[in-house]
Design a protein around this ligand. Sequence first.
Ligand code: AMP
Ligand code: MG
Length: 434
Amino acid sequence: MINRSGRFARRAVKVDQALDKIMQHAKRLDDEIVSIDSCIYRRIAKPVYARESMPHFRRSGMDGYAVLSEDAACATPQEPVCLKIIDEVPAGSVSARQVVPGTAIRLMTGAAVPDGADAVVMFEQTEEFQADGQDCVRIKHRTVHGQNITAIGEEIAEGQLLMGAGTRIGPGQVALLASSGYSQIAVIRRPKVGILTTGSELLAPGDPLLPGKVRNSNVFMLAAQIEQYGGAAVRYGTVPDEIEEVDRMIRAALEECDMVLVSGGVSVGDYDVMAEFFTATNGSGLELLFNKIAMRPGSPTTAAAVKDKLVFGLSGNPGACFIGFELLVRPALLAMQGAENPFPSRLRAAMAHDFDKGCPHERYIRGRLSYDANQKLSVCALKQNNSSMLVSIQDANCLIVVPSGSTGAASGQQVDVIPLPYETATYGEEGDVR
Ligand code: AMP
Ligand code: MG
């Protein structure tokens, strides 16, 4: 029997209010230690400090000769200075000899500059010769104190902050951790996010198409979004539109996961079981955060906290599901991983065309951001932007925030734009616009 109570009695909150409520329950997860081999794209649990200076010895920046700059301060090609070569140092070795007036030590890029020397002259400015069986070198350019030597700590001073808590480990960070001697690193646990799809009409991609049925795309899209923002997606399959089954699966997912996303069934239709799930507040441990948002698409998007774990009811419509995740789930997921700023940055861009669909609420549409001929940011609304459509998601590199009002947004009007993660190689190409 379908319970329709409470379904229509919804009070819309603004997107910011919805986010405030969500963020109160998006608690940072605990730490775990991982090896440097498997730390990329994880987030640092505690600030990381330099245990050593970098470089930790005076390092030669060139293949050349370590000399006393005073010896060759006035050297020229016409009047070179001749020095005796007393040793040779490859990278990784240290000379036992000291450079004294009249001498030079041959060394390679990255080698430790021997004591006494205060300059390195590159090979191109020298000429080797032999005198009385002794290897010598002519220095043919004026030499100054410190030249071609990287001082101790010039790049990093011992004790310096390398990266703050919450930093995502990308190529630059992992290189820095490795060179600073961190073979293991404390990172924040990846949020496990359960995905449940509802809908008796759903088929798997491998199933033959049947009348009235559609293939389940949301589970794959949501899993990709979760992984993109550092979470670990756990799939709980599809449940038919039956409250007992939906309730049982959500509870099971909550046992194992840090957050649960459910697609479909949040609207006001007869079989919208999620609406029912979210209204069953008695003794369920469920705190409803909101069940309507003043936005398009995805206004029935709902969220609840169950023992401080978030459950989201996202629209089944693929476009709305995608946007609901980007606006509401993404910040929670990032906060759980300790990101310093879990909210997406917003840019301002000029509308490239009219978007004349007015709406009493803010509308979020898939768009394509690029530079126009005057190097100004310009944004196009993509075609096939309806909430039920998914084809344009792959071309979207941003969400356009169309202000509420009867007119939409006119060509040339400055609008807020939320960039989406996107392959930079194709960023800025003309899309299939409008
Ligand atoms: P609902 O939110 O359950 O009312 O579903 C809205 C629309 O989205 C319907 O046309 C559904 O068939 C479709 N839909 C629901 N779930 C999915 C899904 N997992 N993948 C693709 N489309 C879906
Ligand atoms: Mg449904």
